[in-house]
Design a binder for this molecule. Sequence first.
Ligand code: SLL
Length: 152
Amino acid sequence: IKRMKGLSLARPIIYGNSATPLNGKKGGDADHTHRWTISVRGVNNEDISYFIRKVAFKLHDTYDNPNRVIEKPPFEVTETGWGEFDIIIKIHFNPISGEKPLTLYHHLKLHPYEDDGLGNPWPKQKPVTSYSYDEIVFNEPIDSFYTILQEN
Ligand code: SLL
C-alpha cells in the first residue's frame, strides 16, 4: 500500500433534512405530523458514490428498524413522525480507500423558526429545511484512491 505523502484532497458534502407538515393527510400513524427526508448528497447533486460506499442513518428508537443502511445513491431516508431528534449519520467510504467510517450528527428539524426572517409568519405548507455543508478531507490517501478522487 502506497500513500500519497504530504497530499490531502477534500470533497464537499451536504447533509441534513427537509420536512413538510402532513395536516392530517396520508401518513403512517395518526399521531404523525410530518413527512421528512434526511440525506447526504453532493453539491449540486453531484454523484458522490465514487468515494462513498454506503451511509447508515441511525434514527430514534421509537422507529421500527432504526438503523437504516443505504447502499446506493440517493443516500437518503424518508419517514413520517411527530418529533425532532438527533440522527447519527455514519458514512462508509469506498473500500479501496482504507478510510475508517466517518460519523456525523444532524438534529432533525420539523418546526420552523418564529418567522421567515423578514418578520412574516412561516407559510404553513412551506417545507422546513436544515442542511449543513462540510468537507471531507482525505489526508495522505492511498494512491489508488487518490486516482479515483482525481478522476471524478
Ligand atoms: C421528543 N425526544 O420527545 C424527542 C423524541 C421521537 C420522534 C422524538 C416516531 C414515529 C413512529 C417519532 O416521530 N419519534 O413511532 O413511528 O420530541
